[in-house]
Design a binder for this molecule. Structure first.
Ligand SMILES: Nc1ncnc2c1ncn2[C@@H]1O[C@H](COP(=O)(O)OP(=O)(O)OP(=O)(O)O)[C@@H](O)[C@H]1O
Ligand SMILES: [Mg+2]
Length: 373
C-alpha cells in the first residue's frame, strides 16, 4: 500500500492535540487522559499500534466479515471495492479500517479531509490524481463544502468529473472520465451528511463501542508491542476503564506503563494498574472528576433530579451543549443518568457509584420515568 497525503487534503494536523482543541473551542474540559480526541502522543504511538491487517483488527466483527467478503470478491473481479462510509464516535477505528482496506486491496490511499476540500479545484485536483483501484479517504466527510459534494456525486456514481467553463450562454460542460476508485468516507456526525451523498455509498457501516473483552484483547496486543509485562487482572482493570474506546485503552496502557517504569515494577499487576489509574483520576467505571462532579451535583444539589439541562449546566459552570455532547452520552450509556421529559435524573446506579443510598422515591422515579423523545 502506498500512502499519498494529498497536498490539499490531509487529516487534521498533528498540532491539534486534545488539550489545545479543548482550549481553542472553549467547549470541553475533559481531562486529556479520557478524551476521545487524538493527541500528539496518540498520533506518534499510532505508528506502531494501528492494526496492520484485518486479522489484527479486533472487534467490529460484523463489519470485518462484510469487508473480508467484499474485498475477496472485488479482488477476484479485479475491480475497485464499492464506496464505503464509516461512522461512529471518535477513536473507534474508522481511519484504521480505511488504511486496512487499502492495504488488503493492495491499493494506493490518498488522504483528505472534508474542510480542506473547499474550492472546486481542490476536489478536482484530488480526483485527477487517482489511478485505477486507488482508495480516496475523506475524513470528516460531513464537513465537505456543497460544491465539493456536488462534484463528488458523478465521480462516485459514474466515475466522471463534470467540468463547466464560461458563463451564461457561453457555458460549456466537459465530462472527464475517471478510473474506478473507492471512496472511503469517515464521520462522527452522520446526521450532518446529505441524503444524496449518503445514498451514493455502497456500504454504510456504524462502528460500535467495544466490549471489555475486546478492549482486553487490544490491551494485550498493545502491551505486547510496547514490551510491557502485564498480567490478566491488570489487563481487565485497564479494559474496564476505557469507555469502550480503543484510542483511550491504548492511552491508558501507555500511562500505566510509564507509572510502572517510574515505580520500578517490571510486572504490571492489578494493584499497579489500579494505583496508576487512580493517580490519573480515572475511576473504576472510567469516569473522570468532571463526570463525578456532574453526578454529585445531580444527586446532592438536586436530590437526584429531575433537573433541567440548563439549570444543571449553570450549576456546573459549563455550557449545556458540552454537557449534552461530551459528558452525558457516556453517563447515559453506563446507566447513571436518564433523560426524562422533566429533565435529567440520577439512577440508583449513580447513587451506588457515589457510595450513597438512593432514596426510595428515587428508585420508583427511575422505574416510572419515560425517556425523552
Ligand atoms: N479494532 C481495533 N483493534 C485494535 N486497535 C484499534 C482498533 N480500532 C482502533 N484501534 C486503535 O485506536 C486508535 C484510534 O483509531 P482510529 O484513529 O482509527 O479511530 P477513528 O475512528 O478514526 O477516530 P476519529 O473519529 O477521531 O478520527 C488506532 O490508532 C488504533 O491504535
Ligand atoms: Mg479517524
Amino acid at each position: 500500500m502506498t500512502i499519498v497525503p494529498s497536498s490539499i487534503g490531509g487529516t487534521a494536523g498533528p498540532e491539534e492535540t486534545a488539550g489545545q482543541t479543548e482550549k481553542q473551542s472553549g467547549k470541553t474540559r475533559r481531562s486529556d487522559v479520557l478524551s476521545t480526541k487524538e493527541s500528539v502522543s496518540d498520533r506518534k504511538s499510532d505508528l506502531n499500534l494501528r492494526p496492520k491487517t484485518l486479522d489484527e483488527y479486533i472487534g467490529q466483527s460484523r463489519i470485518r466479515s462484510m469487508l473480508e467478503m467484499s474485498i475477496a470478491a472485488a479482488s477476484t473481479r479485479k475491480d475497485a471495492l464499492d464506496h464505503i462510509l464509516f461512522y461512529g464516535p471518535p477513536g473507534l477505528g474508522k481511519t484504521s479500517l480505511a488504511y486496512l482496506i487499502a492495504k488488503e486491496m493492495n491499493a494506493k490511499i490518498h488522504l483528505a479531509s472534508g474542510p480542506s476540500l473547499e474550492r472546486p479545484r481542490d476536489i478536482i485536483g484530488l480526483l485527477h490524481q487517482l489511478e485505477a483501484g486507488d482508495v480516496l479517504f475523506i475524513d470528516e466527510i460531513h464537513r465537505l463544502s456543497r460544491i465539493a459534494e456536488e462534484l463528488l456525486y458523478p465521480a462516485m456514481e459514474d466515475y466522471v468529473i463534470d467540468l463547466t467553463a464560461g458563463k451564461g450562454q457561453a457555458t460549456r460542460t466537459m465530462r472527464l472520465p475517471l478510473p474506478r476508485f473507492t471512496l472511503i468516507g469517515a464521520t462522527t456526525k452522520v446526521s450532518m451528511l446529505s441524503n444524496a451523498l449518503r445514498d451514493r455509498f455502497g456500504f454504510i457501516c456504524r462502528l460500535e463501542f467495544y466490549t471489555p473483552e475486546e478492549l482486553g484483547k487490544i490491551v494485550r496486543r498493545t502491551a505486547g508491542i510496547l514490551a510491557v509485562n502485564m498480567n490478566d487482572q491488570a489487563i481487565a482493570a485497564i479494559a474496564g476503564r476505557a469507555r469502550g474506546t480503543p484510542r483511550i485503552v491504548n492511552r491508558l496502557v501507555r500511562l500505566v506503563r510509564d507509572y510502572a517504569q517510574f515505580k520500578g515494577h517490571s510486572l504490571v499487576d492489578e494493584q499497579t494498574a489500579h494505583a496508576a489509574l487512580e493517580m490519573y483520576q480515572v475511576d473504576i467505571h472510567g469516569l473522570d472528576p468532571t463526570d463525578r462532579r456532574l453526578l454529585t451535583v445531580l444527586v446532592d444539589t438536586y436530590g437526584g433530579g429531575p433537573v433541567g439541562l440548563e439549570t444543571l449546566a449553570a450549576t456546573l459552570g459549563e455550557d449545556s451543549e458540552t454537557i449534552e455532547d461530551v459528558y452525558e452520552p457516556f453517563l447515559i450509556q453506563c446507566g447513571f443518568i436518564q433523560r426524562t421529559p422533566r429533565g435529567r435524573v440520577a439512577t440508583a446506579g449513580a447513587y451506588a457509584h457515589l457510595g450513597r443510598t438512593a432514596p426510595s422515591a428515587q428508585l420508583s422515579l427511575n422505574l416510572n420515568s419515560g425517556t425523552e423523545a
